[in-house]
Design a protein. Structure first.
Length: 635
């Protein structure tokens, strides 16, 4: 039955790609409506800016309007809704936490571990993950400072290495492009004593640019023992040395404290997570456009790390835990890359990456006993890569590249990639791509806790996809459909070996699916967006729905903004195995904002208006209808 349904969906997808051709005759008619601009250049698929129409992979861009309409503190909910094939787990109004099986798991096309180590999160192109565990910290990604998010669906290991096996989310931060001084303030409050307050300032004067931001948010949560509090500060300074070179320094500090109430079947008390994270980077970027061989690139050094204090809590009738888990971790690196155009239609990129990461974990006891060491470990990784892209004719381009990666313990891994792009009449394109992703085992999997196995091999994945995209009615309509098949092997799973749990390279995944996107600028200010994804998994995993559908309609006027959206999730596994459990739910959200004086706006947003009862993580019921309202001021 599953195979028949999958074949039928492929037929439907192909039909949808042919149907828009009949609409193109309307492009010849006069149209006084404002058209949608072509996509801006993106950097995530190539390290340097490129036209997404000339990239073989599938890239989604979520811009400032979509992020602002969602008005969530964290950036992940908006990204999850608007990118087909992507799902992010959650368990309340705020707070993802970092516990295994808790939330903040990111799955792309069914790929993403627990905790997530297979989908890489970047901030301005630099990797963000904990040095010991290898996963991103979901609570650290604030929407207030984001200009857009670029998402590569499928392996991006060619440019980003190990943790990009399943895909990449690149958060591009805001910075002004012309001389200005801009300030944004907001204050919101709502259900469960939730507060969100922030200030964001941007300055550009001649060659100097600065961005400063601070955000505070907190909530009591919709269950007992579910409080969450967070402080986040960001700074970015840039100076143009001359027309060819720019120096940029950036930093971020985030602290959050969250309580874990446990599942409804096994509640806990005093489950407390105190997490301090920080990052810093220094970049020298170059761009030479008026030379025989135009070239651009960068040399970037970066650091991110954190200190975690975790009290797992105890059952209501039990004694408090005797120990508290502590750890510090770090990730430092150097990234250098240069792209050169050797002849017309060419883009050739060479790059080098170095990473040093690790940390220290221990248990501290409440009775004064000496600390118990868990691990103190570091690892190294070196990589070189090259990518060659060429427009062969006006209607045909190709891309090929490879990465060679050396890990201090996992050894050598490689990531080849090849694709072709066909440009058809009527603003249509067909793309075909074959790419390999990989993931090195983390320090946790190799050395921490009982299942540790120091002889693990890297996980590998091959992804194959065909995509069709077309723009119609003077670019007011955009339609994209792609079909993919992926095969992952040597997945790291915990299994019983000789009566003991052990991490082994025994897992295998074969996933296939269809993803579709649609947007329509009906008239000035009124727009529709929709996306759908179907995922077939031979071996089901949690947090990867079989069907995901999203629809949004919004109207932006000079004095008011209204929007409403529906997200439908079907067959989302919350548990797998002999006692597998799935969830189906539909979330209806709506929001409105009114300009009451110059740049001062009043806004209100409501989520889950249907008051659906559902779970994303097993044992963690989600809140019913929630409402947030407040003011924002731009000046």
């Amino acid at each position: 039955m599953e195979k028949v349904l999958f074949k039928n969906l492929i037929i439907i997808a192909v039909t949808l790609t042919l149907l828009p051709c009949h609409l193109n005759a309307q492009e010849q008619q006069a149209d006084s409506l404002k058209t949608v601009a072509l996509e801006e250049v993106v950097a995530t698929g190539t390290r340097v800016t490129a036209d997404p129409r000339l990239l073989p992979m599938t890239v989604s861009v979520i811009g400032t309007p979509q992020l602002e309409n969602r008005t969530s503190v964290n950036i992940l909910p908006a990204v999850m809704e608007q990118v087909p094939g992507l799902f992010v787990t959650n368990r309340g109004m705020m707070g993802y936490s970092v516990s295994t099986g808790g939330s903040g798991a990111i799955k792309m096309r069914g790929i993403g571990g627990t905790p997530n180590t297979d989908v890489l999160v970047l901030i301005d192109g630099l990797p963000q993950y904990a040095g010991l565990y290898g996963h991103p910290i979901a609570d650290s990604y604030q929407s207030m400072t984001a200009e857009r998010v670029e998402v590569v669906r499928g392996p991006a290991s060619l440019f980003y290495g190990s943790n990009a096996m399943g895909g990449v989310l690149n958060i591009v931060t805001k910075h002004p492009h012309s001389d200005t001084i801009m300030t944004h303030l907001h204050l919101r409050g709502g259900s469960y004593y939730t507060i969100d307050a922030g200030a964001h300032n941007q300055i550009k004067k001649n060659r100097f640019t600065s961005t400063l931001a601070f955000n505070y948010n907190r909530t009591d949560g919709h269950r007992d023992n579910m409080k969450f509090t967070q402080y986040n500060g960001t700074a970015r300074l840039a100076y143009e040395l001359n027309k060819n070179w720019t120096m940029t320094a950036a930093g971020n500090v985030s602290f959050f404290s969250t309580a874990n109430p446990g599942t409804t079947e096994a509640p806990i008390e005093d489950g407390q997570y105190d997490i301090l994270r920080g990052m810093a980077s220094l970049s020298a970027e170059n761009k030479y456009a008026d030379v025989r061989f135009p070239t651009s690139g960068a040399i970037r050094i970066y650091y991110n790390g954190g200190k975690h204090k975790i009290d797992e809590g105890h059952a209501p009738e039990a004694e408090p835990a005797a120990s508290t888990y502590m750890h510090t971790d770090f990730l430092t690196g150097l990234s250098a890359y240069q792209t050169t155009t050797f002849f017309h239609g060419n883009r050739t990129t060479f790059g080098f990456d170095y990473q040093h990461f690790g940390g220290h974990a221990w248990n501290t006891f409440n009775n004064g006993s000496p600390d118990a060491e868990i691990i103190r470990k570091t690892q190294y990784e070196l990589a070189i890569y090259a990518d060659f892209s060429q427009e062969v004719t006006s209607w045909f381009a190709l891309d090929a590249g490879a990465r060679l990666d050396w890990h201090s313990e996992a050894g050598v891994a490689y990531a080849p990639q090849g694709g072709v792009i066909f440009t058809l009449p009527k603003n249509a394109q067909i793309k075909a791509l074959a790419s390999r992703g990989f993931r090195n085992p983390t320090i946790r999997e190799l050395y921490m806790y009982k299942p540790a196995n120091s002889k693990l091999n890297p996980v590998s994945l091959w992804n194959y996809e065909i995509a069709y995209k077309q723009r119609m009615l003077n670019n007011r309509i955009s339609l994209g459909v792609n079909v993919f098949y992926l095969h992952a092997k040597d997945n790291i799973e915990t299994r019983m070996v000789d009566g003991k749990p052990l991490n082994v390279n025994s897992g295998e995944l074969r996933n296939a699916g269809v993803e579709a996107e649609f947007s329509y600028n009906v008239w000035k200010g009124l727009s529709l967006q929709a996306n759908y994804s179907f995922l077939h998994m031979e071996n089901p995993v949690t947090a990867a729905p079989k069907h995901k559908f999203y629809f949004n309609i919004s109207y932006n006027h000079d004095r008011f903004i209204v929007s409403t959206s529906v997200l439908h999730i079907n067959r989302l596994y919350t548990t797998v195995g002999d006692n597998a459990k799935t969830e189906n739910f539909t979330l209806w959200n709506a929001g409105a904002a009114v300009r009451i004086w110059k740049g001062l706006w009043a806004e209100i947003n409501a989520e889950n208006l249907l008051a659906q009862e559902y779970e994303i993580n097993a044992g963690f019921p989600m809140p019913k209808t929630t409402i947030m309202g407040g003011l924002k001021w731009n000046f």
